[in-house]
Design a protein around this ligand. Structure first.
Ligand SMILES: Cc1cc2nc3c(=O)[nH]c(=O)nc-3n(C[C@H](O)[C@H](O)[C@H](O)COP(=O)(O)OP(=O)(O)OC[C@H]3O[C@@H](n4cnc5c(N)ncnc54)[C@H](O)[C@@H]3O)c2cc1C
Length: 178
């Protein structure tokens, strides 16, 4: 949904939309991407603007601060841009993992995420995958069987079967049921 510069809905200054649901076009030539940092930064601004709106005060425009980008592209493989730095491979993967272990709120959530990742790493668990190309005859899927297409992207987590073709071959390690 397209939002105003203060994250309110056009024609409804009392309603605010953030995160993946918000199409923010007031900064730069392209809309802000649907990623977690955008959603996280939008939250407090929307809350403050809702508070201000309710009291008849002028709202303030949202401004996204790009502090860098990180992504996991496979088992122990990551890429990142942090200012002038462009780490990749295991260092970027470790940086991603540490960052995402600290961002969840509360010790219990962090512990849960850590245990899930550790388990996924040990058992070569595959993350979600997106089918982006038509099926090719003879193509082999993650179970070792012929699949319905090639995939891209997937879980950002260090789920070891990987997050797509970059992870240990086209599909990571095939499961033993193939
Ligand atoms: C596979 C995948 C990989 C991604 N990788 C990255 C990445 O590496 N880095 C990154 O920055 N971003 C990544 N993203 C994008 C990131 O997850 C989103 O941009 C971010 O989560 C958006 O936050 P949000 O609060 O808008 O929505 P969400 O995080 O989706 O939160 C919405 C919440 O609302 C709940 N909800 C839905 N309907 C209802 C209802 N009717 N009542 C009550 N609750 C409801 C949902 O259960 C959910 O908890 C990825 C997304 C996907 C799908």
């Amino acid at each position: 949904m397209t939002v105003e510069a203060d994250l309110s809905v056009p024609g409804h200054p009392e309603v605010f939309v953030i995160g993946d649901l918000a199409l923010f076009t007031h900064q730069g030539p392209r809309p802000l991407p649907g990623v977690a940092p955008v959603a996280i930064q939008e939250g407090p601004v929307a809350a403050e603007n809702a508070w201000r709106s309710r009291r008849g005060l002028p709202t303030r425009p949202f401004r996204y601060r790009d502090r860098g980008t990180m992504a996991v592209v496979g088992r122990a493989a990551g890429i990142a841009t942090i200012g002038p730095l462009r780490p990749w491979g295991a260092p970027a993967w470790i940086a991603w993992s540490i960052g995402h272990l600290f961002w969840p709120i509360g010790f219990e959530n962090r512990l849960l995420v850590f245990l899930q990742w550790a388990w996924a790493y040990l058992v070569w668990k595959c993350g979600p995958r997106l089918i982006t190309t038509p099926w090719q005859p003879g193509e082999v899927g993650p179970t070792g069987r012929t699949s319905a297409g090639t995939t891209r992207g997937g879980s950002p987590g260090p789920a070891p079967g990987g997050s797509g073709p970059a992870a240990g071959g086209a599909w990571g390690k095939p499961a033993p049921d193939g």
